[in-house]
Every structure is written in C-alpha cells, then in structure tokens.
Design a protein. Structure first.
Length: 392
C-alpha cells in the first residue's frame, strides 16, 4: 500500500486530508500546529473579534479514521531523491506526496520591513497583533505618547483592507475601555498601487476606500513604503509616519522549501503543476494552494485565494484516491465564484458571479461563504459549533 504524506493543513491540505479520510485511504498529515485555522478570518482575530478558539478546529476532530495519522511538526526540507521529508520530529518517507505548505511574506527588498513590522501569517500572529495593539493603548494611559495610538497597515489588497476595517471597528472599544479620546487614534492604510482592492471592479474599489475613510482611516494609494525603522515608516514622498504598530499585508510568496527541493518554480516561488495538479518535475508529487502555479486553458494563472486552494485540495484528494486505485484521474477545473471583502463587521463589497455587490447584500454573502466552508469541512456539527462567529 502506498505511503502518502500531506504537508500542511491549510485549505488545500485539510480538504485533501478529509477526502482521503472519508475514503479510508491511509495517509500521514504533517502540520506545525495540531489545528486547522481559518486564514480568511485572521483579520477578525487580529481586530479584536471573537476568541482564539473561534478561528480554528482541532485536526483530530476532522480526521476520524484510524488510517489517518497526524504528526505535529515543522517541515524543514523535502529530499526528492530519497522520497523523504525532513521535520523537527524526524524523517518521513513517501510513495506519494501532497505539498500544501502555504506562503511566507514577500518584503520586496524594503529595508527594515521584515525586522520592524508585524505580519498576519497565522493564528498565533493574529493574536499577537491584537495583544500588541491593546498593550499600546494601555501604555498610552501612562505616557501619553501619540505614536501608541497610531497604526500603519502596509498594503490595501484583500487582507489589508479587511484588517483595516476590523481595526476601525475595534479601536473605539479600546478607547472606551481605557478612557482614551477616540479622535486621537489614527489608522493609516498605505498602498503602492493606484487603488485599493485590485481584485474587485473599479466602482467597488472606490466604495471600499470611501467606507474606510468614513470610518476614520487615512487611505493613501500610489504611495510606496521605501524603508521601515523601529516605530517609523519612510515613504517615497520623503514623509515619515511614526507609529508603534506597523503591520505588513503587502505581498506573499511560496514557501522557499519548494525551490530548495529543486522544483521548477515561478517568480513567486510556486511550483509549476500540470493539469492534474501534479508537479511537472515529479510524477509522485501533487501540489496545491499557495505552493502551486497552475495555468488555465486560457493561459491565466490562478490567484492565491482560499476558494482556489479549497478546490485544489478537493481535486487532489479525488485524484490521489483514483491513482492509488488504478482509476483515471480528472483534470482540475476551477470555478471562480467571485471575491468578497469585509470592511469591518457590518459592511462589505465584492463580486458574486460577476455581479458587483455592496453593503448588507455583500455582508450576508460574505458570512454565507464562512458557513458553506465549515459545512463542507466538518458537516452540520462543525458549522453549528462555529456559526457563533458569523455576524459577531
């Protein structure tokens, strides 16, 4: 029987794992945490909404068969010539491998950005951002340093806009808690591109920027961050923004383990895959999510989104089971449903099936996507457990 390893329990990895689990196909899942967290909701966790447990589910609660094994550890290397994966807990060998290692921040050579900024990479970092901001507000009560009440979010893509929106809703609550004048708080959203949210239609980009500004944000597009020092952001305009909280959401790239393992990669370090999501270099390896560069029949590369990653995981799970059973695999076909961006707790914008939506309609659609994912991942039980975070 084939030894199957899955690296990573993000959207691709966990979807592939649950499919193999349902098929009673033996595998070992290696993940650095004993839980799966909801990456698309990390801005909520960082922005003071809900509790830590709301944004994750224990992997053992998703994998029910004795043929499904879990190893909690960090992947350090893939040695393809030996069919081996090196982790902090030892080596694991495979006949077939699924790589879904996710992404790491891309800093684009901006001096000091990696050292002096916070990054929303996982559940731990989200909670760290939340705690860091609250500590700054606590400290302001004693020293009245205005830098403590100033937050800079670098990047106005999906994550940057959603995080900025959450902060704008949460920070007034902190002001009440600590007796701070809310008018002293500043949230800057700085973007090098000429607009926010390039993923949605132009009219919705303007709406998103207007909502952020109405809520109190300083939105600056077409403005590059060129250097970051401790508590200081340097802009291409020769301006400096002094802030005790600097958060970077401006870019991602694939885990460097892929390049180190000798896979053919694109400019963002993603491994090139074929129509079945198999590595073009290694027939025994499936790759998905942020680790994969997949080109559609129209020559378009798929965006690194949760809906794409989820569909890839589902397809990989089906194809791997088919391969083990000697059946025909099916080429991957993506179905893009649209993009939705929340701007705080009660407002959103997006495209659903090619139709622009905003306001309450977009908010309801956004919340519905959360429930749909929970249902697909763990059925009615999980959806019922976690729906208390919807609309909170």
């Amino acid at each position: 029987m084939a030894d199957i390893l899955i690296l990573g329990a993000g959207y691709t990895g966990i979807m592939a794992a649950t499919h193999l689990d349902k098929a009673t196909q033996p595998f070992t899942l290696i993940n650095r945490h004993p839980y799966h967290y909801f990456t698309t909701l990390l801005h909520e966790a960082a922005g003071g909404r809900g509790n830590r447990k709301d944004y994750s589910v224990t992997l053992k609660n998703l994998l029910h068969k004795p043929t499904s094994q879990l190893v909690v550890g960090e992947v350090r290397a893939i040695e393809r010539h030996r069919h081996a994966v090196v982790t902090g807990e030892g080596e694991y060998f495979y006949d077939r491998l699924i790589i879904a290692l996710g992404w790491v921040p891309a800093y684009f050579g901006i001096e000091g950005l990696d050292k002096y900024s916070l990054v929303l990479t996982n559940l731990e970092s989200a909670m760290n951002i939340r705690q860091h901001i609250e500590r700054q507000f606590q400290a302001y009560v004693d020293d009245k340093n205005p830098e403590r009440l100033r937050v800079v979010v670098g990047g106005a893509g999906l994550t940057g806009v959603e995080l900025t929106g959450e902060l704008l809703d949460w920070l007034p609550t902190l002001c009440v808690k600590y007796g701070i004048d809310a008018s002293l708080v500043e949230v800057h959203n700085i973007e090098a591109m000429p607009t926010v949210l390039p993923q949605v239609s132009e009219s919705l980009r303007n709406t998103a920027a207007e909502v952020l500004e109405r809520k109190g944000a300083v939105v600056r597009t077409g403005t590059k961050i060129v250097k970051v020092e401790e508590n200081r952001v340097h802009l291409a305009t020769n301006e400096r923004v002094h802030a005790r909280t600097i958060i970077w959401t401006g870019g991602v790239k694939a885990n460097p383990i892929l390049r180190a393992a000798g896979f053919t990669v694109d400019g963002r370090g993603r491994a090139i895959v074929d129509g079945y999501l198999k590595s073009v270099d290694d027939d025994s390896v499936f790759i998905g999510g942020d680790s994969a560069c997949f080109e559609t029949h129209r020559g378009n590369q798929l965006p690194p989104t949760a809906q794409v990653a989820t569909q890839m995981g589902r397809a990989i799970g089906r194809n791997l089971v088919a391969a083990v059973q000697g059946k025909e695999m099916q080429p991957f076909r993506v179905s893009l449903k649209g993009t939705l961006a929340s701007i705080g707790r009660e407002e959103a914008v997006g495209d659903v099936g090619g139709i622009p939506v905003r306001g309450m309609v977009a908010t309801v659609a956004k919340e519905a996507t959360k429930i749909k994912y929970l249902w697909e991942l763990g059925g009615a039980r999980l959806a019922g457990e976690k729906t208390d975070i919807v609309g909170r």
